[in-house]
Design a protein around this ligand. Structure first.
Ligand code: GLA
Length: 330
């Protein structure tokens, strides 16, 4: 008897590199995701039918290790993964892999764990076994996504609120196709720089900083947290001009102060600004390659996609709705 579980990837509308600083994020689950088929087996084994992140077994083993650390020992299973989340595109293929694994293993041990605890378990798997000091955003949204909605999450209190995306706004994901090798180590470096800046400013995390003390990293995080709150208000008020300005300011800050963008991402954002129907555009995810998220007037989606394709022929464009969160599908 085969059971199947599905977990989505994500985009983030705004609030980048704020999650590990106890700040605000506003991610959306997308229609691309990872499916795992689970059957009883003699020994634990995992296979994949599609391209998976380099060293993908570590993500699975990390989740297994976190289960064991909580006293949960799954029976031997054959886990077979299939994913539609492109790799290295900044769309959280790794969180989709971890979350689908966690749902499969929790079901196998018959434990119903609160979703936020599952998110934490997966985050710990990535930090401790994979070695990326990531925040909780990607796993949170893969588990808590809702159709047609973004989620505003306070990464300090873990309180969250659904934020409906008007039906006449489309999301267009533009993948640069580039992935810079240093992404992982640079990510950990940024995290360390933020901790140092917080220490120098005398606060426990940059969430509490009001002045940047001359640190560009702190300036980004302080401004970005404010922008998330303002964006949530703009989205609720359907103020598309304000949404666009906040996304542009977020991108500029990630490019100039946080220094996690790259030429290809900047080009895509600049080109998108010239395309019909655009509401806002910015890089999404960790950066150093990957994708931009574009909010577009729904009725002009085709024109927008054609125009952007024309200006940036190297980019891979995908339209996605906001999807529901991870679940058992069979
Ligand atoms: C990656 C991490 C997230 C978050 C983003 C940047 O996706 O996994 O936790 O830090 O980068 O916002």
């Amino acid at each position: 008897m085969t059971k199947r579980f599905w977990a989505p990837g994500r985009v983030n509308l705004i609030g980048e590199h704020t999650d590990y600083n106890d700040g605000y994020v506003m991610p959306v689950a997308i229609e691309l995701g990872t499916t795992v088929s689970v059957t009883p087996a003699e020994t634990m084994r995992y296979t994949t039918a599609t391209a998976a992140p380099a060293g993908w077994e570590k993500y699975v083993e990390g989740v297994l290790a976190q289960m064991r650390a909580r006293g949960l020992e799954p029976p031997p299973l054959a886990l077979h993964f299939e994913s539609t989340v492109p790799l290295g595109a900044g769309l959280s293929s790794s969180a989709a892999l971890e979350v689908s694994t966690a749902l499969a293993l929790l079901e196998a041990v018959g434990v119903e764990m609160p979703l936020m605890d599952v998110a934490r378990l997966c985050q710990q798997a990535e930090v401790e076994t994979v070695g990326l000091g990531c925040g909780i955003m990607d796993m949170f949204i893969s588990l808590h996504g809702r159709e047609g909605q973004a989620m505003l999450l306070d990464c300090r209190t873990l309180e969250y609120k659904a934020a409906p995306i008007p039906a006449d706004i489309a999301m267009v994901i533009a993948d640069t196709g580039v992935r810079h090798e240093l992404a992982g180590s640079e990510y950990n470096t940024r995290k360390r720089e933020c901790a140092e800046a917080a220490r120098a400013l005398g606060v426990s995390s940059l969430r509490d900083a009001v002045e940047d003390g001359g640190s560009k990293r702190a300036r980004h995080v302080i401004g970005e947290n404010r922008r998330v709150v303002e964006f949530a208000a703009a989205l609720a008020a359907n103020d598309r001009a304000a949404m666009g300005e906040l996304m542009a300011a977020s991108h500029a800050s990630l490019r100039d102060d946080y220094e996690v963008s790259c030429r290809e991402l900047d080009e895509l954002v600049e080109c998108a600004a010239r395309c019909p129907g655009v509401i806002g555009s910015r890089m999404t995810g960790g950066g150093f390659g990957g994708s931009t998220i574009n909010l577009v007037e729904e009725r002009q989606t085709d024109e927008f996609v054609a125009a952007l394709k024309d200006l940036c022929p190297g980019a891979r464009l995908r339209v996605s709705r906001a999807s529901g969160g991870a679940r058992r599908i069979q």
